[in-house]
Design a protein around this ligand. Structure first.
Ligand code: IPE
Ligand code: IPE
Ligand code: MG
Length: 253
């Protein structure tokens, strides 16, 4: 039996996380380890996006949220930013037909207005083409900053209250429904590749009770088996949401 089959045998298909979010880190180090330029690491990272999206879709994951470019990433050298933007446009054009065929819906999260016009057009075309797909939702975070998202949400709520469009009483749902992720359930599992143990301004509100999984595997090396291992790790954990272990067990049918 191959490694994949062994892993699949141990996976509980009834407990696949509904929402997996990934901080795709380590492209630069992958390239440096091979004496290649950072762009080649990013290009290789696109293959991982292809493979992981396919694997998540096959497993029945409902939402796959990928951190592809942070607001802070605009501070990288202009040449690298240009390469990344070019790659994003190219990848979405290349991948859209297969995504559509696999019933995957593309959604965009972040300050999409800051992306170059042509990349935006490619992304929006991808969203249009897959708008009626109802399998996996592939949520691409581009020019994303969680603090900015929260700041914009709070500003929008304040403006609506000032305009008399809503009562001044704010609850958690008010905030959730003003985020880019409105309507998307919170991540069950957050994976960060590349060995760093940090969140880097990603989904700060939404990951309040997510299970965190950090792996040293660099993003271009993160394959289907690595995803299965992360899901197995997730399935071995007890999500207590503040309760005791006994309470959680009593709740189970
Ligand atoms: C992740 O890889 C891709 C982006 C952040 C766009 P990095 O480019 O951060 O790779 P490392 O961390 O330098 O290895
Ligand atoms: C986080 O990776 C952002 C993305 C994966 C898009 P970074 O490589 O930019 O994170 P830091 O700066 O090392 O925290
Ligand atoms: Mg990095």
């Amino acid at each position: 039996m191959g490694i994949r089959e062994e892993l699949m045998e141990r996976i509980d298909m009834e407990r696949i996380p509904r929402h997996v979010a990934i901080i795709m880190d380590g492209n630069g180090r992958w390239a440096r380890g091979r004496m290649r330029g950072r762009s080649e690491g990013h290009a290789e990272g696109v293959n991982s996006v292809h493979n992981i999206t396919k694997a998540a879709s096959d497993l029945g994951v409902k939402h796959l949220t990928l951190y592809a470019f942070s607001t802070e990433n605009w501070n990288r050298p202009a040449e690298e930013v240009e390469t990344l933007m070019h790659l994003i446009g190219w990848a979405i054009r290349k991948e859209t037909p297969e995504l559509k065929a696999n019933n995957v819906r593309i959604r965009l999260i972040g300050e999409i207005g800051r992306l170059p016009e042509s990349v935006r057009a490619d992304l929006e075309e991808g969203c249009r083409q897959t708008a009626s797909c109802d399998g996996l939702n592939l949520n691409l975070c581009l020019s994303y900053s969680s603090r900015r998202e929260l700041t914009e949400a709070l500003q929008a709520i304040v403006d609506e209250v000032a305009a008399g469009k809503r009562p001044p009483l704010v609850d958690e749902d008010t905030i959730s429904s003003h985020l880019y992720t409105a309507g998307i359930p919170d991540p069950d599992l957050l994976i960060r590749t590349g060995g760093e143990h940090r969140i880097s301004n990603f989904l700060l509100w939404q990951i309040a009770y997510s299970e965190l999984y950090f792996t040293p595997v660099l993003w271009p090396d993160f394959d289907e088996n690595a995803l299965l291992e992360a899901i197995l790790d997730f399935q071995g954990r007890e999500r207590r949401f503040g309760m005791t272990s006994d309470q959680v067990r009593e709740q189970k049918p």
